[in-house]
Design a protein around this ligand. Structure first.
Ligand SMILES: *Cc1c(COP(=O)(O)O)cnc(C)c1O
Length: 371
């Protein structure tokens, strides 16, 4: 059997940066909780993306949950949420007993369609408390329009940039346009800490408050006193050490991801009915995954099954939330864009450890399907 090729797997630095930080945590017995790596990682990430404050969490999902609480989203409130995404974007809306309304995507960005977003803002009026936009696969949404709409209708903008660390929109880092931005360091993301997340904001007070909630909401008292509901969402000092090391190789990872995308485009771009994810002039993506649309005779399942038979991992585009059995009862605004992106989409292997040989193997297999 040929060597396994992964979709996207953890890739620690050749330089061993992560180990240095982790070892330091061990030598100083600063294993948990908090500690200098957590503070260091928060500061370094905030500096990288250009936000005033950052808060390291156990997961990206936890960071989304905290953002919704901070936005004062309460039971029965409506949160407008991009439909084409991973379920972790939408689940925290349910944790707060709020009501998601799903919004279709725009072919130009694959992310929330600003026209549909405005339609929903008008239709649901004052019940809308927040908008959750996603920068899917490291492609930025059309932020100028979305920011303007959120201002006009006075709703809190939360950016799920879990897949978009290193992605810029018109020179500004994704996750810094809204009141809150969220990043993830889950195992398959562009950099990973094994598991973890980060909440960023320019509002330092709000970050301080989420830090309080996420540390079991312990009041300032010697005894254990609680006046608010708490959560246990803080990142550990060991995990943060991995993150600090990984952050040092983010640019290397983006360069390789871009190389992979361009390799596929050069090799497969001429095939009948293949379209690549949209790279807009204002978008500087991190190319987290190379994603294609198949509109010809070869179908996504043909590609995924043939790759699988050759020990190569690929996967479908996210299934939109409004098509998920769990979210079926909630409204959806828009047409069938996200549904088509799902039905015709394939995420090609985008592992940064992939070799040219591996890429050639994949392209040869896909080309073979067109003969
Ligand atoms: C990975 C991901 C999340 C969740 O992040 P976790 O750290 O796994 O909790 C949220 N949204 C999107 C779009 C993601 O891809």
């Amino acid at each position: 059997m040929a060597e396994k090729i992964w979709l996207a797997s953890p890739h620690m630095s050749d330089e061993g940066y992560e180990m240095e930080y982790v070892q330091e945590a061990f030598y100083t017995n600063w294993i948990a909780p908090l500690g200098p790596n957590v503070t260091g990682f928060e500061n370094e990430l905030a500096a990288k993306v250009g936000s005033k404050a950052a808060f390291a969490t156990t997961t990206g999902t936890a960071a989304i949950h905290l953002a919704l609480r901070s936005a004062c989203v309460k039971e029965g409130d409506i949160v407008l949420c991009q439909s084409l995404t991973f379920s972790a974007t939408a689940n925290p809306i349910i944790y707060e007993k709020a009501v998601p309304v799903f919004i279709d995507s725009d072919y130009a960005t694959w992310n929330i369609d600003p026209v549909m977003l405005e339609q929903a803002l008008i239709e649901y009026g004052d019940r809308v408390k927040a908008v959750v936009v996603v920068h899917l696969y490291g492609l930025s949404a059309d932020m100028d329009k979305i920011v303007e709409l959120c201002r006009k209708y006075n709703v809190v903008l939360i950016e799920d940039a879990a897949e978009a660390l290193g992605t810029y929109y018109k020179g500004k880092h994704t996750g810094t346009f809204g009141e809150f931005g969220v990043f993830s360091f889950n195992g398959n993301k562009i950099i990973t800490t094994s598991g973890g997340g980060m909440l960023v904001s320019d509002n330092e007070e709000k970050i301080t408050k989420t830090r309080f909630w996420a540390t079991q909401a312990r009041d300032h008292a010697r005894h254990y006193q609680h006046s608010e509901l708490g959560f246990n969402y803080r990142m550990s000092n060991v995990v943060a050490g991995i993150g600090r090391g990984q952050l040092k190789v983010l640019e290397q990872r983006i360069a390789k991801k871009k190389y992979i995308f361009e390799f596929y485009k050069r090799e497969l771009g001429q095939l009948e009915g293949i379209d690549f994810m949209p790279i807009n002039s204002w978008n500087m993506p991190n190319y987290w995954l190379s994603v294609i649309q198949l509109n010809g005779k070869v179908r996504p399942l043909d590609v995924m099954e043939t790759l699988e038979a050759n020990n190569i991992e690929s996967r479908p585009v996210w299934k939109p939330m409004h098509l998920q059995p769990f979210f079926a009862e909630f409204d959806h605004i828009g047409g069938d864009v996200s549904e088509k992106l799902f039905k015709n989409g394939v995420c090609l292997p985008s592992d940064t450890k992939i070799t040219d040989n591996g890429l050639e193997r994949i392209c040869k297999i896909i080309k073979g399907l067109y003969r």
